[in-house]
Design a protein around this ligand. Structure first.
Ligand SMILES: Nc1nc2c(ncn2[C@@H]2O[C@H](COP(=O)(O)OP(=O)(O)OP(=O)(O)O)[C@@H](O)[C@H]2O)c(=O)[nH]1
Length: 343
């Protein structure tokens, strides 16, 4: 059983620590281990220190972007080791709070690509807090904030108990909907706010013991409201591609590889389920963040009646038409042409 790791992101002062201490006060998350990247300052909530001391690791080695990959690997391995040897209580999940300025991508890369980590942990999702009081201004000024929002699975609107200009709030919600229509959004002070909904956003649904593609892709948002072609100044957009017929494996996988190696940094996130001609009864699950891809997962069976290939993209400055045309071109080649081009 892999231990899920949830990344808690959000801009400086947006409420990450506040949300985290709330999580740790909840009985349901009593067995969570916490890693805090402090960026050279001590900001741990008192509660957190007293209640889950031995399971809280503070990393103060500097800028997350530069040091995180080595650090996070070592920290996660140490935690696991201590868990195995009984030095700390057997945590069942890990929450990593990143610094406000950090790009979540390096942490996700580490989780997915470092083999010792991938054997013990899995990405349980990315949660991003949003400061509804200062959000619009921050979004306009900081590209990394837009990116944090774009790659998140769950967004939490914080500080909604503070009165702000209705029109500004409306603009903020709109802006966020365009940056990330797929993420499930919650109002921290809303009546139906639920901490449990922030976790376990993976394909496998442990409650019902099956793969839940619809929940994972959450792409019905795109189909019902049309794809988000709205261009704001961030250039970030979300769209899905659907292929009705099974795809030729070689052409498809090569196209995917080319796309990732050439456009990787602007493919903020790709998720999908793929029907390949050669193995049409066993779908392939794709999951990537920028130029890093999980080893494609092969399912034994189709989780639902829908056997179409469905790919969801969150891109920056790559319009849907470009990707669509790219696949169309590749998939139109016959096997021999593809073989020729892959040499
Ligand atoms: N009224 C109100 N205040 C909040 C809420 N969330 C956070 N705050 C306050 O906002 C300030 C910043 O919150 P933190 O939780 O420290 O934010 P952070 O994202 O961890 O900040 P950094 O660690 O600096 O990146 C604190 O003074 C919090 O008490 C909220 O929902 N309502």
């Amino acid at each position: 059983m892999l231990i899920p790791v949830t990344l808690l992101t959000g801009f400086l002062g947006s409420g990450k620590s506040t949300l985290l201490s709330e999580i740790l006060r909840d009985q349901e998350f009593a067995n969570a281990a916490v890693i805090v990247n402090e960026f050279g300052e001590i900001g741990l909530d008192d509660f957190l220190v007293t209640h889950s001391k031995e399971q809280t690791v503070a990393m103060t080695t500097g800028c997350l972007c530069c040091t995180i990959r080595g650090d996070i690997t070592q920290t996660l391995l140490d935690l696991f080791e201590k868990r195995e040897t009984g030095q700390i209580s057997p945590f069942n999940r890990v929450i990593i709070e990143t610094t406000g300025l950090a790009d979540p991508a390096p942490v996700i890369h580490t989780l997915v690509t470092e083999p010792r980590i991938a054997k013990r942990y899995m990405l349980g999702g990315v949660v991003c807090t949003i400061d509804t009081v200062n959000g619009l201004a921050t979004l306009a000024k900081h590209e990394e904030c837009q990116k944090q929002i774009a790659v998140a699975d769950r967004l939490v609107y914080m500080k909604t108990d503070i009165e702000v200009d209705e029109a500004a709030l409306h603009d903020l919600y709109n802006e966020i909907k365009h940056l990330n229509p797929l993420a499930i959004k919650q109002d921290r002070h809303g009546v139906d706010f639920s901490l449990s909904n922030l976790f376990d956003t993976t394909l496998y649904d442990p409650k019902n013991d099956h793969y839940d593609i619809a929940r994972w892709l959450n792409d019905n948002v795109l189909h019902t409201h049309h794809d988000s072609h709205h261009h704001n100044n961030s250039g970030i957009e979300t769209f899905s591609l659907i292929f009705d017929d099974p795809l030729p494996s070689r052409a498809f996988l090569l196209a995917m590889q080319l796309l990732i190696s050439n456009q990787g940094k602007d493919l903020l996130r790709i998720k999908g389920i793929v029907n390949l001609q050669e193995q049409s009864d066993r779908p392939i699950i794709l999951h990537g963040v920028q130029h890093v891809f999980h080893e494609p997962l092969e399912l034994e069976y189709w989780p639902s009646e829908d056997h179409r290939t469905r790919l969801v993209f969150i891109t920056r400055n790559i319009p849907k038409q470009t990707i669509e045309l790219f696949f169309k071109t590749w998939l139109s080649y016959d096997a021999e042409q593809v073989l020729e081009m892959s040499r």
